[in-house]
Design a protein around this ligand. Structure first.
Ligand code: SF4
Length: 358
């Protein structure tokens, strides 16, 4: 591959991959071409670049309170010793069907847990995982929906997916994936028919309008034409989409493609995420700008934060003192620590939307 990262930075990053359990650099050829196009237009550090390539800021900017696992997935594993079933809600659970992704997102909030799983020698086969999951589901009739997550569930291949969907056909299945932007070809005819047969809900993670090129767009149309229900959720990220005009463009595009956006996520305060995070005050400003300046089919998308007590929104703020914001839900509180002052510098819109004249 033509060098798209400085060698010194790459070796510094690779050391952190080992010592700090963060995900190594991994990019599909499909996405790399887009990054290279972006570099040829604006140099390094654009929105697609930052999505998959570490920057000096990513490894050096830190804020005073950071954690490795803000949502505390470990506390929500209902079966002792089983780290691939996470349950926070009565009627649904998350099934980490794989720890493999097509590309590694630099902002990934699961970077620590995923990296550990990827390095583990104690990997379960998908067949064993499904057996354990089914046993649990049969004992818990209140769980109606299984959310395939990861890693990227589409990375398990057709045979495994076919087996998983057949075994779990008595439950509603939702699949969260970024395959559509990293490796759209996995949605081949066979796979589309499989998703259709089992009436799967597909939730795309698409962060920027330029991730929807013609190839991606055609694939989404194919899925829609096969009656597959399409949704989206994505994080609000500095350097990638931290301007309401970018969000408006992305949400408009999704609407044209019959994708129903569900949530915009506020990034967790995890280690090595400060370069992507936005001050809480500016998050509210972006949220208000989107609310005031766009029609409701755009601004109905909710801004949420995933926490150990479940998802919370602006309305859940109970107290805001200095850097600490307390959210309350179902009688439980959780503290969120804002970025230290001076870290959040809003992105240049011309850089975020480099294909158009702003
Ligand atoms: S695809 Fe999802 S799980 Fe994989 S690195 Fe990206 S954000 Fe993390």
């Amino acid at each position: 591959m033509k060098k798209i990262i400085d060698s010194k930075l790459e070796s510094e990053y690779n050391k952190l991959v080992e010592s700090e359990s963060i995900l190594p650099i991994k990019i599909t050829d499909f996405y790399k071409k887009k990054v290279q196009e972006e570099i040829s237009k604006i140099g390094i550090g654009g929105p697609l670049y930052k999505s998959v390539i570490p920057t000096q800021e990513k490894i050096s900017i830190k804020t005073s309170v950071e954690t490795r696992d803000f949502v505390e997935e470990n506390k929500h594993m209902p079966i002792e010793g089983v780290d691939y079933i996470i349950r926070k809600y009565e009627d649904r659970l998350v099934f980490i069907i794989t720890d493999i992704c097509f590309s590694h997102c630099q902002y990934c909030f699961r970077t620590y847990n995923l990296s550990k799983l990827q390095k583990s020698n104690l990997k379960e086969t998908i067949y064993n995982k499904i057996e354990v999951l089914k046993k649990y589901l049969k004992q818990h009739n209140e769980v109606k929906e299984v959310i395939f997550s990861g890693g990227d569930p589409l990375s398990i291949g057709y045979e495994n997916m076919s087996y998983a969907l057949e075994e779990l056909k008595d439950w509603n299945i939702r699949i969260h994936t970024r395959a559509i932007v990293y490796e759209p070809k996995v949605f081949d005819d066979k796979t589309i028919q499989l998703l259709k047969k089992y009436n799967v809900r597909l939730v795309f993670h698409i962060n920027h309008p330029y991730e929807i090129c013609e190839i991606v767009e055609n694939k989404i149309k194919e899925l829609y034409n096969n009656s597959i229900r399409l949704y989206a959720q994505f994080p609000l990220l500095r350097g990638i989409n931290d301007n309401y005009i970018v969000l408006r463009k992305l949400l408009t595009k999704m609407d044209e493609l019959h994708i129903r956006p569900l949530s915009i996520f506020i990034p967790d305060p995890i280690a090595y995420s400060a370069s992507f995070r936005i001050s809480f005050k500016r998050i509210i400003d972006i949220m208000n700008e989107l609310n005031w300046n766009t029609p409701s089919w755009i601004n109905s998308t909710r801004f949420v934060m995933d926490t150990t007590i479940g998802k919370v929104r602006y309305e859940n703020i109970k107290k805001w003192e200095g850097n600490c914001i307390t959210f309350s839900r179902d009688g439980q509180d959780v503290e969120y620590y804002d970025l230290d002052e001076g870290i959040d510098i809003p992105s240049d819109l011309n850089k975020l939307l480099w294909k158009e004249r702003m």
